[in-house]
Design a protein around this ligand. Structure first.
Ligand SMILES: [Fe+2]
Length: 302
């Protein structure tokens, strides 16, 4: 057998890519051919060994086994490898001056209770009260009346209410509407950092590579108004740990905001708040458009 008769790695790749030429769906053909080409390029670049290939297969198998209706380990991989943020960025190109989006995350629950101006989201003690207030504006600076803020967050036990079956159903989540002048307010609690679930294959990858599972403290919200593009985003506490090493890469500079400390006897203490508290002033800016689609439930990762 001459050297010319041997099958080269490049020929294997070319054959796998070419196998999709007959695909009648042009987009599916593009996706599969690019996927296979990049997958092969990865293996060739690193000189992937059979043992390493076996670890990949075992890891995918473990990912499937741990995934159920509450735990979505595949999305966790996507999050922990930065793919979720990349797809979010590609899907929501920044509109000039509008509030930036970030990942929805696994803890969003549609249909939160509608609450009044300034009312608390916590239905049981959950940490330091945080008065969050500001306006919802168009990119021209015009106030938007009747915009909705759909807000959810964790408590000082690090957990979202959906992670605690015993918690009141509406705990630490709520929907708020802006007033005629575009102003809104709600009483949150100061959020705390929390780890993504790290007792499965993703956690083993983080440990093996010297990464940590923590996310910096944040409050989630979706802001929507008729005639405007909805935005799903987070507000990050500027004093939090892990802002520079979010396990899911969701931090954007424009979303990091300072919480202001207040003493219990501060004369500006809003009604209903007891003891020491913090405040956060935050204007939210929506781009024009027609997007009132609801986020797809990505599957829980409890
Ligand atoms: Fe979160």
């Amino acid at each position: 057998m001459s050297a010319d008769d041997r099958t080269s790695p490049a020929e294997i790749t070319a054959a796998a890519v070419a196998s999709f030429e007959g695909c009648g769906d042009p987009r599916l053909r593009e996706l599969m051919q690019a996927f296979v080409a990049h997958l092969h390029a990865f293996a060739a670049e690193v000189g992937l060994t059979e043992d390493e290939w076996r670890v990949m297969i075992d890891t995918l198998t473990a990912t499937g086994r741990i995934t159920d209706e509450r735990r979505q380990e595949f999305i966790l991989w996507s999050d922990a490898l930065g793919l979720s943020m990349l797809v979010d960025a590609l899907s929501h190109p920044p509109a000039a001056d509008a509030t930036e989006s970030t990942v929805l995350g696994p803890f969003y629950v549609p249909g939160s209770p509608l609450r009044g101006y300034g009312e608390p989201m916590a239905e049981e003690p959950a940490g330091m009260p945080a008065w969050v207030h500001g306006r919802v504006l168009s990119v021209d600076g015009e106030p938007i009346a009747g915009a909705e803020l759909d807000v959810w967050q964790n408590g000082d036990d690090r957990l979202y209410a959906v992670q605690r079956p015993e918690a009141p159903e509406g705990h630490l989540r709520g929907r708020y509407r802006t007033r005629e002048d575009g102003t809104y307010a709600f009483t949150a609690v100061r959020p705390v950092p929390y780890p993504i679930p790290d007792d499965g294959p993703v956690g083993r990858m983080l440990a093996a590579t010297g990464r940590h599972p923590w996310r910096p403290a944040h409050i989630h919200m979706i802001v929507r108004a008729p005639g405007f593009r909805s935005v799903a985003t987070h507000i990050f506490d500027a004093a939090s740990e892990y802002l520079d090493s979010d396990a899911v890469f969701a931090v954007k500079r424009s979303l990091v905001r300072p919480f202001v400390d207040h003493a219990a006897d501060d004369p500006e203490r809003p009604p209903g708040i007891e003891g020491e508290w913090v405040s956060l002033e935050l204007d939210l800016v929506l781009a024009p458009g027609d997007d009132d689609s609801e986020p797809v439930d990505p599957g829980r990762t409890a």
